[in-house]
Design a protein around this ligand. Structure first.
Ligand code: S3P
Ligand code: PEP
Length: 460
């Protein structure tokens, strides 16, 4: 069985991906404003977890608001390849026929996870506890991202995982390892590492506990609880024990605050803007972007806070407002970790200096988000100085020019938003990966008033 899994040709998957990555260029005309109401697509983190826990549950889980984007579809395909029957997605609805904690089947080929760090890191924990072998692969960006942060503690638990010499994927996970619970003090504040270990802990002997150095998104803990699996939290330590079961339930996925963030910044910086974003997840472990923008002077109103599917949600109204530079409090960094590309754009449009520190994690995302954003802002005429763990940005006048997103969805969308305050056209290359988290970005942004088009370009 193992030979079978390990010998399949993962390069096939890679070349398929390379073909679909033709140079999609976003061309955005300067100025204009954003007005109206919109519902951005479902939360990526919650969507991934709904597939994982729904698959391991007993019974049928119905998910609504599921993010139909490449990253979450990669997770879905992985579970289908392990024998789980999943219907959809159709208009955000997915039906998962759970197979129970021990019902996954050996995949007959490598599990290709595209661009998705969340899929790879969470699955590495879950698969370490299975009886069968598996191999996890990804696209060139994911294949460069650090995996020792999960493989080291998993090996401490008894997992048998092979990586490249650099500690990157492919991850070859040997089935049948006897896992034992450990206590792990996480050196970085990472929800992916925490979730990986908690999922491995469901299959380990004894207690698994994880200490987070700062609060990180807690969707795994909330959703495990929602599926009836006991999770304990004592201060900054989260604990699970084996032997429980997951019971299928309905999951209502809120809109992704990380996608909403582009329009929060856009509406703040554009003259005369007034935007309401509907049904956005406002889990306190995700709302750093609201806190940071408010500290910069943004006009943000939280309307009708309520609960949906175990997660707090609200409508969010943002009106244009002059922003000023701040020193971003380090405690907010993990709570806004995916929002810094667009927050750097806010900083470029703010009066005075904005300083980010304590954010070295940004260097190991889909791209080096510190360097890539600083390079692009400099091309647009902004004084943006990268530092090892952040950036110093002097607010100024955004010009025009051609910038490279380096295949990073959040960089592509952040520079699109910058056009609202630019003096000329901004052209962004390598934007195909916007499909990983926000496939309807161009359409939705146009609906709110951004003058953006997506064109096929030559690969130079
Ligand atoms: O757990 C998750 O769903 C995520 C955690 C974060 O990564 P880290 O855990 O690496 O900070 C975030 O950047 C990513 O987009 C999604
Ligand atoms: C970092 C991100 O995702 P992932 O780690 O899942 O690739 C992101 O979406 O910004």
């Amino acid at each position: 069985m193992r030979g079978n899994v390990f010998s399949t040709n993962w390069k096939n998957n890679q070349s398929l991906n390379a073909m679909s990555n033709s140079n999609v260029i976003f061309r955005v005309q300067p100025g204009g404003s954003l007005r109206g109401e919109a519902r951005v697509p479902g939360d990526k983190s919650v969507s991934h977890r709904s597939i994982m826990l729904g698959s391991l549950a007993e019974g049928t889980t119905r998910v609504s608001g599921f993010l139909q984007a490449e990253d979450c579809l990669a997770t879905m395909n992985a579970f289908r390849a392990m024998g789980v029957e999943i219907e959809g997605p159709v208009e955000g609805c997915v039906t998962i026929h759970g197979v129970g904690m021990h019902g996954l089947k050996a995949p007959t080929q490598e599990l290709y996870l595209g661009n998705s760090g969340t899929s790879m890191r969470l699955l590495s924990g879950l698969l370490s506890g299975q009886a069968f072998d598996s191999v996890l692969t990804g696209d060139p960006s994911l294949s460069r991202r650090p995996m020792k942060r999960v493989t080291n503690p998993l090996r401490e638990m008894g997992a048998e995982i092979e990586t490249t010499a650099a500690g990157t994927s492919p991850l070859k996970i040997k089935g049948g390892a006897k896992l034992k619970g450990i206590h792990y003090d996480m050196p970085v504040a990472s929800a992916q590492v925490k979730s990986c270990l908690l999922l491995a802990g469901l299959y380990a002997e004894g207690e698994t506990s994880v200490r987070e150095p700062a609060p990180t998104r807690d969707h795994t803990e909330r959703m495990l609880t929602g599926f009836g699996y006991p999770v304990e939290r004592e201060g900054d330590v989260i604990k699970v024990r084996p032997g429980g079961k997951l019971t299928a339930c309905d999951v209502d996925v809120p809109s992704d605050i990380s996608s909403a963030a582009f329009f929060m910044v856009g509406a703040s910086i554009a003259e005369g803007a007034d935007v309401t974003l509907k049904h956005v997840g406002i889990n306190p472990t995700r709302t750093g972007v609201i806190d940071i923008l408010k500290l910069m002077g943004a006009d943000i109103e939280i309307i009708d806070p309520r609960e949906a599917g175990g997660e707090p949600v609200a409508d969010i109204r943002i009106k244009s407002s002059p922003l000023h530079g701040i020193d971003i409090p380090e405690a907010l960094v993990p709570l806004a970790i995916d929002e810094f590309p667009v927050l750097f754009v806010a900083a470029a449009c703010a009066e005075g200096q904005t300083r980010l520190t304590g954010a070295e994690e940004l260097r190991v995302k889909e791209s080096d988000r510190i360097q890539v954003m600083a390079d692009g802002l400099q091309i647009l005429g902004i004084d943006a100085q990268p530092t090892p763990d952040g950036m110093i940005v002097q607010g100024g006048k955004l010009g025009s020019g051609k910038v490279d997103s380096h295949g990073d969805h959040r960089i592509a969308m952040a520079f699109s938003i910058a056009a609202l305050r630019a003096s000329g056209t901004i052209e962004i290359s390598d934007c195909a990966n916007v499909n990983t988290s926000f496939p309807i970005f161009v359409e939705l942004a146009r609906g709110l008033g951004l003058d953006i088009v997506s064109i096929e370009g030559e690969i130079v």
